[in-house]
Design a protein around this ligand. Structure first.
Ligand SMILES: C[S@@+](CC[C@H](N)C(=O)[O-])C[C@H]1O[C@@H](n2cnc3c(N)ncnc32)[C@H](O)[C@@H]1O
Length: 330
């Protein structure tokens, strides 16, 4: 059985790719960012439409509608502004549900989304349309991703209960993604920014698994007064990735060492675009379009592909069981 998906807020297509790997057929995708649309078409499939989900409204019916609305207004890393206009974009799923008539809808976001008034209103709208709602909070590192990244999935189902996937037994460290598996020399995404001046001096002082605090100890003259003022907060910045553990959550700013623990475990640089892609489970044969910071945004915005695949397999199994029961009853 081949079930189809439509993807709203599709980005470069990581969420779609997890579904594709689980056997689904990507029928349409809608994304506002032109570079991300190019990436989607290049790596996942040709049916990505460039536009706003609030303007394009119907591209046919699908078995499953998936959506990853912007999360900045709900994320603990953002300013968590309930008035952030981007928060309202999640409601676009409702008219799309009317048009695409999916049996299942899967909405991915950060866990605080589930506690928001926006989620309550969205869930009410979905229930009114006949869906039963389930929520799953899943840790990407429990599903074969070399990265800690907790994500919330809202499952709206017209086919009964769908259970969450069971975690795999072992967590993967990021050594495999960053050290053990060589990257082709001509890989266009094995690029990182050249650090200069004070930035280069700071990075050279960070030992294995170290961070900003090691720079403060070794060379206080390289540290601005603001580092003292924020005290122990943000200690992960200028941090080196621990190769023996899953990486911390990858954000869109991972090319900037002042934004997190993004320094290579052994080299004096940030991780490359390819290494960031590997932390999200993106295959090495993917090329992502745009300037480096645009590529990093598409990578950092995505659902880790192994997590997306684990979610998709559950949906696939539930749809197959439902169709089989339906045909036996007919
Ligand atoms: C969290 S990312 C989705 C990532 C995607 N699910 C993946 O796994 O690769 C949110 C995306 O929504 C897009 N976006 C924001 N506003 C939009 C709109 N009005 N219509 C369509 N896409 C929009 C952003 O450009 C961004 O790529």
């Amino acid at each position: 059985m081949a079930f189809s998906i439509g993807d709203l807020f599709a980005g470069a297509g990581l969420f779609s790719e997890g579904f594709r790997q689980a056997g689904f057929l990507p029928r349409f995708a809608v994304e506002l960012d032109a570079e991300a649309v190019k990436s989607y078409r290049r790596n996942v499939g040709p049916n990505a439409v460039h536009g706003s989900v609030t303007d394009v409204l119907n591209l046919g019916t699908v078995d499953v509608l998936i959506a990853g609305p912007p999360c900045q207004g709900f994320s603990t890393l953002g300013r968590r502004d309930p008035l952030d206009a981007r928060n309202d974009l999640c409601f676009a799923v409702l008219p799309w549900a009317d048009g695409a008539k999916p049996k299942v809808i899967v909405i991915e976001n950060v866990p605080p989304f589930l506690k928001s008034g926006h989620w309550q209103r969205l869930a009410r709208g979905l229930r009114r349309r006949g869906y039963k709602i389930f929520t799953w909070e899943l840790e990407a590192a429990d599903f074969g991703t070399p990265q800690l990244r907790r994500r919330a999935f809202t499952i709206a189902s017209k086919i009964g209960i769908i259970s969450p996937p069971a975690p795999v037994s072992e967590r993967i460290s990021c050594a495999h993604a960053l050290l053990n598996e060589p990257i082709a020399e001509n890989d266009l995404m094995h690029r990182w920014p050249t650090l200069q001046g004070v930035s280069a001096q700071r990075v050279a002082l960070v030992p294995a698994n170290g961070d900003k605090r090691d720079i403060q100890k070794a060379a206080p003259e390289l540290c601005p007064p603001s580092w003292q003022r924020i005290g122990c907060q943000a200690t992960d910045v200028w941090g080196r990735i621990d190769p023996d553990e899953p990486a911390n959550t990858l954000r869109c700013t991972f090319l900037n060492p002042s934004k997190g623990r993004y320094l290579h475990p052994t080299e004096n640089r940030t991780i490359s675009l390819r290494e960031g892609a590997r932390l999200q489970g993106i295959p090495d044969d993917w090329l992502i379009d745009g300037r480096p910071y645009q590529v990093a945004r598409q990578i950092g915005n995505g659902v880790p592909i192994p997590l997306a695949r684990a979610v998709a397999k559950q949906i696939y199994a539930a749809l197959s069981a439902f169709e089989t029961a339906d045909s036996l009853a007919a």
